[in-house]
Design a protein around this ligand. Structure first.
Ligand code: CDP
Length: 208
């Protein structure tokens, strides 16, 4: 079984997707980390994320050890990720790995922007997680503060707006709920409430 979890920046997709994977004993893939790794590799090479050749070289030569870099969760890396993610060739270079991962047994949970629409349109369960920009900015601000980064709430909100805008308006695999997705609005929910709602939905979609 494949569970697709999509949504805008800092909506709580990762937390929810991980919790679902634990609940069902499924494999979990954070696809945003792949785009962050490409963004980070480009920055480390001293290149501009808008440089398409540099981004494609980074995507094709992706080093798995970047996954463990502390910087992966930084806001400038997130911004670079969303710039390289607009590049169709970069997206294509990352597609095979994601699709293969999705086939893992007994099931897989993937979180991202285009899992239910492009990577796994055949997913049995599709959840689109959202929350208001203000709530998402507060959650990301707290997460960054915990990691020792201290940007202002306003700058986190501005980053989130800019990234959502780039992700929604791009030509390839834009951020949009799949037609058959279950939309989960979590602004007023605790993590536990969001998980319970997601599990109730997945139970209606279970194939085994
Ligand atoms: O954790 P957060 O929601 O802030 O971001 P992320 O999931 O780590 O994704 C970082 C960036 O990668 C996004 O802003 C997207 O531009 C891009 N991305 C994408 O294009 N497609 C995906 N399946 C996952 C991420």
């Amino acid at each position: 079984m494949i569970i697709a979890v999509d949504g805008p920046a800092a909506a709580g997709k990762g937390t929810l997707a991980r919790a679902l994977a634990r609940r069902y004993n499924f494999h979990f893939l954070d696809t945003g980390a792949l785009y962050r790794m490409v963004g980070l590799a480009v920055l480390k090479a001293g290149k501009d994320p808008k440089d398409e050749a540099a981004a494609l070289a980074a995507a094709r030569g992706l080093k798995p050890d970047l996954m463990h870099e502390q910087d992966l969760r930084a806001e400038d890396v997130a911004a670079a990720a969303s710039v390289v993610a607009a590049n169709l060739k970069v997206r294509e270079a990352l597609l095979g790995f994601q699709r293969q991962f999705a086939q893992r047994q007994p099931g897989a949970v993937l979180d991202g922007r285009d899992i239910g629409t492009v990577v796994c349109p055949e997913a049995e369960a599709k959840i689109f997680v959202t929350a208001s920009p203000q709530v998402r900015a507060e959650r990301r601000h707290a997460e960054l503060a915990e990691r020792g980064e201290a940007p202002t709430l306003d700058s986190v909100l501005a980053d989130i707006h800019a990234r959502d805008e780039r992700d929604r308006t791009r030509a390839h695999a834009p951020l949009i709920p799949a037609k058959d997705a279950y939309v989960l609005e979590t602004s007023q929910m605790t993590r536990e409430q969001a998980l319970n709602a997601a599990v109730a939905y997945v139970e209606t979609r279970r194939t085994r």
